[in-house]
Ligand binder design. Structure first.
Ligand code: SF4
Length: 392
């Protein structure tokens, strides 16, 4: 094996006797053979579910710890969920996909990155951080989608941890969701490969990428590579996913104006129609010593996004504190099209065919005026708060 191979030196042998072993053994029962990999000589496998492209020896895990090689076969998560919640789709955040509706959200366990400010670390860092001990909820896809329908969701979403690393299971769930007339989405860190995007493309409607900054050195601290995320964003756009981007601005980490401008310039170069969500950080996990992001930081990021040519830029996580930046306005005439505060949609004025009612400009997105109006009417302010779902 080549000495410089980062994967072989970072992956771990199963059953190493550490504090996460019990959870690891439980998860190992909830697996099946994966599809996003190739078998190699001497019992090795190459996984391409995410941009790490782990080369995994027999008896070892991939970097994500939830895909593992046993006897020359790659086993992947199956038939369980790590967290369930019915959320407003604005919480994902998607602002140009069925606004006002609900997204039945599920997380799994594990992640291919290890961000120190992760807000879902209890599930995402399973098998890596001994404090992350959320148990799996065994459940099949049919039961989950039934819960989504019973809770009034129009979309099911793989979120809370990195969905790419459980793409075989995600597709299984989404096939059932489509059969029941629901939309589907990924909330992802964007550390993708062409193979995994082609694999999920027939089954995923909306895709959100968390672009964490524009500094490769910082990205490597989190366990990723900037260039791979940028390439994934370009591929998502070219392959026709409905794409929105979020950047969480962490004070002192990625909130400099130069970096904001680099992000916005890159996105505008891919497509000026990509909505960019500039969201506020709250102290969490290993970055509990930082300050909260201020509203003026988000407003400045939004201004820079517009200056660089993006047509739709939003401020998130500080409802009511960032002026007009929560609303959708027509990029041609400035007409207010969708009024929001936090996760609430309080006005929707697009025409049924997704145009500005005043000047007729086509507004990019995945719209369904009937669904939005029905949802806004049906779910009041209280009901549109995220709510935990009882699995049984
Ligand atoms: S999903 Fe990514 S981190 Fe996990 S085994 Fe595959 S390539 Fe490695």
């Amino acid at each position: 094996m080549p000495k410089s191979d980062p994967v072989l030196t970072q992956s771990r042998r199963r059953g190493a006797g550490d504090a996460t072993e019990t959870l690891g053994e439980a998860l190992a029962q909830l697996t099946k053979e994966g599809e996003l990999y190739e078998k190699l000589p001497d019992g090795k496998v190459r996984c391409y579910a995410c941009g790490h492209r782990c080369l995994i020896l027999d008896g070892y895990d991939g970097i994500c710890r939830v895909r593992f090689n046993r006897g020359g076969t790659l086993f992947v998560p199956w038939n369980y969920f790590g967290a369930l919640q019915c959320d407003p789709i604005e919480k994902k955040p998607f602002f140009h996909a069925l606004p006002g509706t609900l997204a039945m959200s599920f997380g799994m366990l594990g992640c291919d990155l290890h961000c120190g400010y992760c807000q879902n670390w209890v599930t995402s860092q399973a098998l890596r951080d001994p404090m992350s001990t959320a148990p799996p909820i065994p459940m099949n896809a049919e039961r989950f989608v039934t819960l989504a329908v019973e809770n009034g969701a129009d979309t099911v979403t793989s979120t809370y941890n990195e969905p790419l690393i459980t793409s075989e299971w995600g597709v299984e769930v989404f096939k059932e969701a489509r059969r029941r007339g629901l939309h589907t989405s990924y909330v992802s860190n964007g550390n993708g490969t062409e193979e995994v995007l082609d694999y999920i493309r027939p089954w995923v409607d909306f895709y959100k990428v968390d672009l964490k900054g524009f500094d490769d050195k910082d990205y490597r601290q989190l366990g990723g590579k900037l260039d791979n995320v940028l390439k994934t964003i370009e591929m998502l756009c070219a392959k026709g996913f409905w794409l929105e981007i979020v950047t969480l601005f962490v004070p002192g980490f990625n909130d400099g104006e130069d970096e904001m401008r680099q992000i916005a310039r890159f996105l505008a170069g891919v497509s000026r129609d990509i909505p960019w969500h500039c969201t506020a950080f709250h102290p969490d996990y290993k970055m509990a010593d930082r300050d909260y992001t201020r509203a003026r930081t988000l407003v400045r990021a939004c201004e820079i996004g517009k200056e660089e040519g993006l047509r739709f830029v939003y401020a998130g996580n500080l409802p009511g504190k960032a002026g007009d930046w929560e609303n959708t306005r027509c990029p041609n005439c400035g007409e207010l099209l969708i009024g929001r505060s936090g996760f609430m949609v309080h006005s929707y004025r697009l025409t049924d065919d997704g145009k500005c009612p005043k000047c007729g400009t086509v507004i990019p997105g995945r719209w369904d005026a009937a669904k939005t109006r029905a949802a806004v009417e049906r779910f009041g302010a209280f009901d549109r708060m995220p709510r935990a779902v009882r699995p049984y």
